[in-house]
Design a protein around this ligand. Structure first.
Ligand code: B12
Ligand code: SF4
Ligand code: SF4
Length: 258
């Protein structure tokens, strides 16, 4: 019976248009930095992880267009989360909670000011058999490759987990390392976040702080100029729209099942 329910859920998620779905046991979620799942949802037993392949929009040299594609996929995944939660609650009377694809993030010092998520989608994807880590510290899906995002719905029912992907999917071509403009991947097994952020989010929090520090130190004339600069307008746009990614290289250039 439980296998039939799992199959029904799987078909429902694929019917929404997602590329893949995996089931993982909460006891197999082993994120070294994010808090325990029990602090989010004490009765959680199963992680239903959704995988969606990003379209070729991320290849555009026009980074606003590339980012628009990212916003499309995030909207879509958020809608999958909500629909799946309601489906589980309505149809099976499970209790379900969704986790963010990206933000909101914990901006406290212990979460490195937004660098450690309340729920790590990569560790969930690994536990749910949707892939394993490549040299770029991202999850490579066996069929969808690296260019894929994950999001998770937690539920209080024990559903049989899918087997983990154990084979090494990374072909060690080193493209991700060589094409990282910030040299953020030079050290194996670790992304140097600040080096990545400088290139991937020039109008993120660090750019914002840098701008305002310069503003505070400026003369009234300099301040006036700064208020009408493209930097200020871009920071304003980022505040309205959310993070604006300016680099997708490691994610988009990985040749595995591109
Ligand atoms: C904060 C964050 C960032 C930060 C910090 C990155 C980081 N070091 O984790 C910054 C802004 C730098 C960033 C950059 C990017 N991010 Co980001 N990010 C997140 C976010 C919101 C939280 C990640 C987190 O909690 N990190 C802290 C913890 C988990 O990291 P950790 O414990 O140190 O884990 C490391 C080790 O486990 C290590 N590791 C390496 N090898 C191995 C092997 C094994 C066996 C194990 C167990 C672990 C392991 O990998 C991890 C990273 O260093 C997630 C969404 C989410 N909620 O999960 C997206 C997420 C990780 N980002 C994603 C993407 C795509 C990107 C970018 C490509 C940006 C872009 N343009 O899209 C770059 C890629 C950078 C890179 N190569 O690492 C995707 C990755 C999808 C995938 N295929 O794996 C995610 C999962 C979003 C999503 N919902 O799909 N990101
Ligand atoms: S997103 Fe860009 S800057 Fe960040 S690690 Fe990947 S290639 Fe480097
Ligand atoms: S680009 Fe090459 S080295 Fe980097 S993760 Fe992909 S296969 Fe591995």
């Amino acid at each position: 019976m439980i296998d039939v329910i799992k199959e029904e859920i799987k078909n429902y998620v694929l019917g929404l248009g997602a590329d893949d779905v995996g089931f993982g046991s909460v006891s197999e979620y082993k994120s070294p930095q994010s808090p325990a799942v029990g602090t989010i949802f004490p009765e959680a037993k199963t992680m239903i992880v959704i995988a969606c392949k990003e379209s070729s929009t991320c290849e555009s040299d026009n980074k606003r267009i590339a980012m628009g594609g990212r916003l499309d996929i995030m909207e879509f995944m958020k809608s999958c989360n909500y629909k799946l939660c309601r489906y589980l609650e309505r149809k099976f009377k499970f209790k379900a909670m969704s986790t963010p694809v990206s933000y909101p993030l914990n901006m406290a010092r212990e979460a490195k000011y937004g660098l450690v998520a309340d729920f790590s989608q990569r560790h969930a994807a690994y536990a749910a058999g949707l892939g394993n880590w490549g040299r770029h510290n991202l999850i490579i899906h066996p069929l969808l490759g690296s260019r894929v995002l994950f999001t998770t719905v937690l539920c209080n029912e024990e559903l049989p987990p899918d087997p983990k992907v154990t084979e090494d999917l990374c072909i060690q071509c080193n493209i991700c390392v060589e094409r990282c403009p910030g040299h953020a991947l030079d050290e194996e097994g670790k992304t140097q976040e600040m080096k990545c952020l400088k290139y991937s989010q020039p109008y993120g929090i660090a750019g914002n702080m840098y701008f305002w520090k310069k503003f505070i130190d400026g003369t009234p004339d300099e301040q006036k100029k700064m208020m009408s600069s493209p930097e200020y307008m871009s920071l304003y746009q980022a505040v309205i729209v959310g993070f604006q990614y300016n680099c997708f290289n490691c994610y988009m250039l990985c040749p595995v099942n591109k």
